[in-house]
Design a protein around this ligand. Sequence first.
Ligand code: ADP
Length: 421
Amino acid sequence: MSSAPDRPTNVNLNQLVSQLARLVEISVKLNSTLDPDQVLKYIMESAAELLGCEAVSILLYDEKRDMLMFTSASGSDSHELAQIPVPIEGSLAGKIFRENKPLITNNVNRDPRHYALVGEKVNFQPRSLLGVPMCIQGGCTGVLEALNKRDGQFGPEDVQVLSVIASQAAVAIHNARLVQALQRAYEELSRIDKIKSDFIAIASHELRTPLGVILGYATFLKEEAQGELSEHAEMVLSSAMRLRGLVEAMTNMNLLHMGSVELKISPVVIQNVVKMAIAEILPTAQAKSQQILLDVPGQPLRVTADPEKLALVFTNLLNNAVRFTQEGGTVTVHASADQDDVVVEVNDNGIGIPSWELKNIFKEFYQVEPHMTRRQGGMGLGLAIARSLVELHGGELSAESAGQDQGSTFRVRLRRLIDDA
Ligand code: ADP
């Protein structure tokens, strides 16, 4: 039988205060620990110390088995214990869990509700036991048990102390497990992301060699052949060039994702880079009877940039302007100085962009017209690549359009290099 609780007059106030201080300390520590093993270890050490008992066990409810499982235990081999499921019916822990109420028994061996198999298997004889439910938001998640009080018997003060630890423990275990699950998910995602990046890198590399051969022979055939054959060679050539563009877009996006794009920075005259990009797009524009106009000041506008990467930005913008503008349309490139910046605008009088789509078009693989119905090719990577590259240069890329059939303007803003020359 348990002894009557001490009357308040007998309570050693100093002891009570230090016990409370210890409980606060435990709460702080549990709130700041996110490693599940450390959380469990700390719960057991604290409970054993505050209750003066030989062993402490944490049993958590396993929904799949409908059993309580030893998640951690001191005083016995916890690995062996972890293999012994404890039934909800026919065990003291099960009763505490089911009824969501603390339980004291100071003569475990004589208690008919005791599940003796555990003690037998791990060779630990429980004499006295105090168990309290571990709850989160009213739901019971497990049981915290203290075993074999060294000095006397478990009493109501012990129930209070263990209940405070159990409520902190339930939350701490829950949080630590959530963090662990998140970490695992993150690691798995990183692993899959690496597989994807490696796949793109290998596939692009392997595609480049045969593509080079096709481009070489198609160019040769186009020059040599005549009539219909030359037209066929031209079609092979333009398809192979489109394919090369797609492979390059995939490679560039992959490199940007991995953070492995290295800029070869040097002073660059914007007019030269823009002209390079126009020269590349001009044949496509001419094929659609479009005009590309250039409106730039006579004075060179200088920036510090990687000329090739910057040319890629303007090629992508011009490529879009030409693709999304009807036959006979006009594309204009303006460049000007704006205080400490250089601003380059690529403007077209094409199909325009609805206002609600302006923020989406820079997302990877995003296309205003659904992929299956769209008439223009592309993978939805051009603008994402262009924006990432501009941002790598410390600049900004934005879009404007007055709406459908009102044309579009893409604006690149870069820091101007003001030199003494
Ligand atoms: P894609 O290569 O598939 O066109 P981008 O990232 O270059 O991908 O562009 C994303 C989407 O933005 C395009 O599919 C198109 O819907 C829209 N867009 C881009 N540039 C223009 C433009 N100049 N005029 C109209 N729509 C455009």
